[in-house]
Write a protein that binds this ligand. Structure first.
Ligand SMILES: [Zn+2]
Length: 105
């Protein structure tokens, strides 16, 4: 995980929250992972962050996983890599700053 910069609005500490919701879509096993960066002081947040869904990375359906836990574990591992990469993308977005030149004139 990358280091999070302080809040761009108040300078407060930022924290990353990840949570997962189980679900199914059209016969596919589709847990979703939500990633959000939030300021612990003023509550500014990065929206709902990035959602990564199992359905985006696999063609297997719920019944395929039900009868094959090894397959499910392998696909969960692949999803974890995608989620990790997405987490970095959310961090990079939070950490992005636009340089503004301030004139003394
Ligand atoms: Zn803040």
């Amino acid at each position: 995980m990358s280091e999070l910069k302080p809040c761009p609005f108040c300078g407060g500490d930022a924290e990353r929250t990840e949570w997962r919701e189980r679900g199914a879509y059209d016969g596919h096993y589709s847990p979703q992972t939500f990633i959000r960066i939030r300021c612990t002081v003023c509550g500014a947040k990065s929206g709902d962050g990035v959602k990564q869904n199992m359905i985006d990375i696999t063609e297997y359906k719920v019944e395929d996983f039900r009868n094959n836990p090894a397959l499910r574990a392998a696909e969960e591992d692949r999803l974890a890599v995608v989620v990790r990469d997405s987490s970095k993308a959310v961090d990079d977005l939070w950490n992005a700053r636009i340089a503004v030149e301030v004139s003394d004139e």
